[in-house]
Write a protein that binds this ligand. Structure first.
Ligand SMILES: NC(=O)c1ccc[n+]([C@@H]2O[C@H](COP(=O)([O-])OP(=O)(O)OC[C@H]3O[C@@H](n4cnc5c(N)ncnc54)[C@H](OP(=O)(O)O)[C@@H]3O)[C@@H](O)[C@H]2O)c1
Length: 286
């Protein structure tokens, strides 16, 4: 495992679950970590734990509520003010099978899992690009899900309304397809010598996500058959650090191996439309 001293990683939703274990694994290798989370109270004990375990690592908190575009803008402003490089942005935070709308009126899963991360990434992009070194591009890692295979398109009307399905599962699948489409569009738009992008499925992982508001039939999936959160972080860490995939921008990974994503993720027009509509919704130029 290479030493990550001097490398700065921003990880969203790092106060628990896969994000916390991703932060832990990177901190153990000496990285500078910024944990972008919505609760400082929940994140403080995690910072203490990781600092005690990895005294060489630099660890910071920044407030981020992805369901509130104002909070996303404030988070980006604060990160840019801190004036350190961002070598890798790991868009990990997510919620599943919840119903409702974000503060700005978008369908809850789409607004949080895709749109919040879209805005954060766009606002940090220049800093991420400037953090690249010759032969060492910066990276954007989007934590998607195997669930994205179940969505065949994005209904751009539906994502501007409250969740319609009873379980919220369909909306989750759509948000995770958006993560893969966003990754591919980033790869098309960015110079791979400066920034590369990856999407991934972390596995079926025994995290808090199953104890939140998931449908009863899913929360009954025995944790016995799930992998640990430590296992769940492996593919994120692989995509964030492996030199083997430095030339493979825009690809999708599971179990630290490249995998063919859903065919819908190859729809270049859909990816472009998602990018442009997302830009308009968050008030940025496409
Ligand atoms: N676990 C699995 O089996 C599995 C499978 C496929 C994909 N994934 C993906 O893996 C990623 C991590 O999930 P996990 O399993 O580690 O779930 P988790 O334990 O429930 O953690 C989710 C994280 O996202 C944060 N989050 C949720 N809504 C947020 C918001 N509005 N703003 C900022 N942060 C927010 C949570 O913060 P709070 O603690 O404050 O709520 C938490 O830190 C997600 O993108 C998920 O879709 C998980």
């Amino acid at each position: 495992m290479s030493d990550l001293t001097g490398r700065c990683f921003v990880v969203t939703g790092a106060n628990t679950g896969i994000g916390k274990e991703t932060a832990r694994a990177l901190a153990q290798r000496g990285a500078h970590l910024v944990l972008a989370c919505r609760s400082e109270e929940k994140t403080r004990p995690v910072l203490d734990e990781l600092r005690a375990e990895s005294p060489a690592a630099e660890l910071e908190f920044v407030a981020l509520d992805l369901g509130d575009l104002g909070s996303v803008r404030a988070c980006a402003t604060e990160l840019l003010r801190r004036d350190h490089p961002i070598h890798v942005l790991v868009n990990n935070a997510g919620l599943a099978s919840v119903r409702g709308r974000t503060r700005d009126g978008f369908e809850l899963a789409f607004g949080t899992n895709h749109l919040g991360h879209y805005l954060l990434t766009r606002l940090l992009l220049e800093r991420i690009e400037r953090s690249a070194a010759p032969g060492r591009p910066a990276r954007i890692v989007n934590v998607s899900s195997h669930s994205h295979y179940s969505a065949d398109t994005i209904d751009f009307e539906a994502v501007q309304q409250a969740s319609k399905s009873v379980t919220g599962l369909h909306e989750y699948e759509v948000s995770k397809l958006a993560n893969v489409l966003f990754t591919k569009e980033l790869a098309r738009r960015l110079d791979p010598a400066k920034v590369t992008a990856y999407a991934l499925h972390p596995g079926v992982i025994a995290s808090d996500i199953w104890q939140r508001r998931v449908p009863r039939f899913l929360s009954a999936v025995p944790r016995l058959f799930m992998k640990s959160t430590k296992d769940g972080a492996r593919t994120s860490v692989y995509c964030a650090t492996s030199v083997d995939i430095a030339n493979h921008t825009g690809r999708y990974y599971a179990d630290c191996k490249e995998k063919r994503p859903n065919r819908a993720a190859d729809d270049v027009e859909l990816a472009r439309a998602l990018w442009e509509k997302s830009a308009a919704w968050v008030g940025l130029d496409p």
